[in-house]
Ligand binder design. Structure first.
Ligand code: URA
Length: 290
C-alpha cells in the first residue's frame, strides 16, 4: 500500500511539479521502489531534521521522504492528456487545443498572424523539423509553404515520397519578426509541444533542418559540420512514453532549405544526408523519365 501523505504537503508538491511541467521539465528521478515503502510519518524525527555534515555524502536512505512523494504523485501527472487516446489525429488535436491562442512567449505579440502547428501524415515514418514560420507560413498557417518549402517538397520527392507522406513542423510555432532566428527561451518554451507531437506521430526518422532545429532537438551546441553525417538516437524529452512499441527514433541533421537556396553548392551534401535517411527507411529514388 502506498503511504498516505499529509494533504497539505501533497497539494504543495503537486503545485511544484506542475510548475516544473509548465517550464518543460517532466523527468524526475526515482529512488528504488524498496525505499519508497517507508512512510514519511514513520521516519524518525531525528532523520527528518538531520542535515548533512560538511563533506558527508547523501545516502539513499536519507532521501526516503522524497522517494515516497515521487512514487505516488509524479507518474499520473507526467502523462500528457493526449496519451490517453490511441487515435493520432485526436491526440494531435488535443495538443493543438492545449496550445490554444498561445501567449507563452513574446512571439505572440510581435506580429504573428497565426500559430503554425504542423502538417502531414499523423503516422508518418519520416518527420521534418524546421526552425520557425516565415511570412508565407504565417499567412497560410502551414509550415514550409514558401520558397524554402518548395525546395523541401523537391527534396521529399527526390526521396521517392510525397509531402503528404511525411509530417512537417517547426521548433517555434509563431513567426519571429523580420524572420530573425528564434531566441533560446522561445525555443525552450515552444519545443515541449513539438516533443508531444513527435511522441504522437512516432516517426522512424526525424530530419532536423538547420542548426536551430538540430541544436534544440539534440540539446547540443555543435556546428552543422559536426552535427551532420550520422544518426542520433532520439527520444522526445519531457514526454513519458506509455507506448512499449515505440522507443524513440533516429535523428539526422541536414542543411535548412533556405540555406540551400542561398548556397546551392551545398545541395550535394544535403543529398548525402537524405540518402542516409532513405537507406534507413528502405526508400528508393523515383525512376527518372530521361
Ligand atoms: N523555414 C522554417 O524553418 N520553417 C518554415 O516553416 C518555413 C521556413
Amino acid at each position: 500500500m502506498p503511504p498516505t501523505l499529509d494533504p497539505e504537503l501533497r497539494r504543495a508538491l503537486v503545485a511544484r511539479i506542475r510548475y516544473y511541467n509548465e517550464m518543460g521539465i517532466y523527468d524526475f528521478y526515482r529512488r528504488p521502489p524498496s525505499l519508497a515503502s517507508v512512510a514519511l510519518e514513520q521516519a524518525p524525527a531525528d532523520f527528518l531534521e538531520q542535515t548533512l555534515d560538511p563533506g558527508e555524502e547523501m545516502s539513499p536512505r536519507k532521501s526516503t521522504a522524497t522517494a515516497v512523494v515521487e512514487e505516488t504523485i509524479l507518474e499520473p501527472i507526467s502523462l500528457k492528456p493526449e496519451q490517453s487516446v490511441s487515435d493520432p489525429v485526436k491526440a494531435l488535436k488535443i495538443i493543438r487545443e492545449d496550445l490554444g491562442d498561445c501567449t507563452r512567449c513574446v512571439l505572440h505579440k510581435q506580429g504573428r498572424k497565426q500559430i503554425v502547428f504542423g502538417v502531414g501524415n499523423p503516422e508518418a515514418e519520416l518527420m521534418f523539423v524546421g526552425e520557425g514560420p516565415g511570412a508565407d507560413e504565417d499567412e497560410k498557417g502551414e509550415p514550409f509553404v514558401g520558397r524554402a518549402g518548395q525546395l523541401l517538397n523537391n527534396m521529399i520527392k527526390a526521396m521517392g515520397i510525397q509531402r503528404e507522406d511525411v509530417y512537417i513542423a517547426n521548433i517555434v510555432k509563431c513567426r519571429p519578426p523580420g524572420n530573425r532566428q528564434p531566441e533560446r527561451d522561445e525555443c525552450a518554451t515552444c519545443s515541449p509541444f513539438l516533443m508531444r507531437q513527435i511522441a504522437v506521430v512516432r516517426p522512424k526518422v526525424i530530419v532536423a533542418l538547420g542548426a536551430t532545429a538540430a541544436k534544440t532537438l539534440l540539446a547540443m551546441n555543435s556546428s552543422m559540420m559536426q552535427l551532420r553525417g550520422r544518426f542520433y538516437d532520439f527520444k522526445p524529452s519531457g514526454v513519458r512514453s506509455n507506448d512499449s512499441t515505440w522507443d524513440g527514433c533516429k535523428l539526422a541533421v541536414t542543411y535548412h532549405p533556405a540555406f540551400l537556396l542561398r548556397d546551392p553548392r551545398q545541395k550535394g551534401e544535403a543529398w548525402k544526408d537524405l540518402q542516409m535517411v532513405m537507406k534507413e527507411l528502405g526508400l528508393k529514388p523515383p525512376k527518372s523519365n530521361t
